[in-house]
Design a protein around this ligand. Structure first.
Ligand SMILES: Cc1cc2nc3c(=O)[nH]c(=O)nc-3n(C[C@H](O)[C@H](O)[C@H](O)COP(=O)(O)OP(=O)(O)OC[C@H]3O[C@@H](n4cnc5c(N)ncnc54)[C@H](O)[C@@H]3O)c2cc1C
Length: 368
């Protein structure tokens, strides 16, 4: 019997694990995927690390991220959108504008990618804390806490803990089996909370060099025809023998799925239309479709919200309210949906378990 089992090794689950380990709790993290990070996913080449999930943070207005970056000793750089900007209208015609995205505060990137923050957080945990390939399917409230049923490659497994934290999207929580059952209204509420960016897909095109910069282009573009809608330079600072452009798809999940086989050709054709013939032959093209990821998106996420939803904590009713706490970014009181929200949610849940736990080690902290 563990003090706490955390379901999900995304940034929220790992951060909660770190707070609780520092507070002296006996914890276990169970993760369905064969990797940590959840929506944080890296593409690694001999030259560096590119983000296929989140890429940007805004430490000027996100205090938890700012603190986490400082603690981890990670360097950050502003997204470099300086230079000419391309606009592709509905007819496919491309216009060059003197400048494009200008953000205040600027979007910042972490050296080594967002994965560097995830790895730093995980590396601080006691060895053996994280078990990959453990998909939680059901929770049962017991007199001593909670029993978790999960599927592993080796077959079904069962774990027990005094408390659990569900560091995963609310829509995935709604799909778990609860005994006693969650009220239908609670399940509907959870199922109605969109998972931020879950219906999106990214294309990352790697080139030998940033040829677009030679003509004064920033690599940034907006397109009203697609398949990509918003593009940015994803090159790594200081790297001269590899460069990259990434783009978010405009096309919804169903349209992407229907044209899956043609997507690489369609993307490179669009890149060539925008940036010239050199863009037609990337060294490597990666398409990461989050809508196809079972441990991120549900069918409901295939049509994403038009705007950033208002997220709020999602407490479960009795008898679950004190033993099973939702803890993913979409359950954060502030910055829900963002990486900052993952840290905020983790801190809120840690402090609920052990007051002050997120402010770090308390020698005499008692778990619950
Ligand atoms: C394409 C894209 C771009 C984004 N861009 C940005 C950005 O630039 N800036 C920003 O701040 N945010 C961005 N986001 C959002 C950001 O990724 C999330 O806010 C953050 O990663 C959420 O972390 P989390 O730990 O709450 O959830 P997740 O990362 O989703 O982690 C949940 C974990 O739970 C696991 N899990 C799920 N079900 C089970 C189960 N049954 N059993 C066991 N484990 C399970 C999953 O495998 C996963 O590891 C982006 C997201 C995407 C997809």
């Amino acid at each position: 019997m563990h003090d706490l089992i955390i379901v999900g090794a995304g940034l929220a689950g790992l951060t909660l694990a770190r707070h609780m380990a520092s507070a002296g709790a006996d914890i276990l993290v169970l993760e369905a995927r064969a990797r940590i990070g959840g929506r944080v996913l890296s593409h690694i080449t001999p030259h560096g690390t590119y983000d296929l999930g989140p890429a940007w943070i805004w430490p000027a207005m996100q205090p938890s991220i700012a603190a986490a970056i400082t603690t981890a000793g990670l360097a950050i750089d502003a997204q470099d959108d300086r230079g000419g900007f391309l606009f592709q209208d509905r007819t496919g015609a491309v216009q060059r504008l003197p400048h494009g995205f200008e953000q205040d505060p600027p979007s910042m990137r972490i050296a080594g990618g967002i994965g560097a923050l995830v790895r730093h957080t995980a590396n601080a945990l006691p060895p053996g804390t994280i078990r990959l390939g453990h998909t939680i399917t059901a929770l049962t409230a017991t007199p001593g806490g909670v029993t978790l049923d999960c599927m592993t490659e080796a077959g079904p497994a069962r774990f027990s803990a005094a408390r659990i934290a569900l560091a995963m999207p609310p829509r995935l929580i709604a799909a778990l089996g609860f005994t006693p059952a969650l009220p239908a209204a609670t399940r509907q509420h959870l199922a109605g909370i969109p998972t931020w960016m879950a219906g999106h897909a990214k294309a990352l095109a790697l080139y030998d060099d940033a040829f677009w910069r030679r003509t004064g282009l920033s690599g940034a573009a907006i397109s009203h025809v697609g398949p990509l809608a918003e593009l940015h330079d994803a090159s790594l600072p200081g790297v001269t023998d590899e460069a990259a452009i990434f783009g978010f798809f405009a096309w919804p999940a169903t349209m992407r799925a229907n044209r899956r086989a043609q997507l690489p050709a369609l993307v490179t054709a669009q890149l060539a239309t925008l940036f010239g013939p050199a863009a037609a032959t990337p060294r490597h093209l990666i398409i990461q479709d989050w809508a196809e990821e079972t441990f991120t998106a549900t069918q409901s996420d295939h049509t994403g919200p038009a705007q950033h939803p208002h997220y709020a904590p999602t407490p479960l009713p009795a008898p679950w309210h004190n033993i099973a706490l939702p803890c993913g970014s979409e359950s954060a009181p502030d910055f829900g949906g963002y990486l900052e929200g993952a840290l905020v949610a983790a801190a809120a849940v840690a402090d609920r378990f052990v007051p002050g736990a997120s402010g770090q080690v308390q020698a005499s902290a008692s778990f619950l």
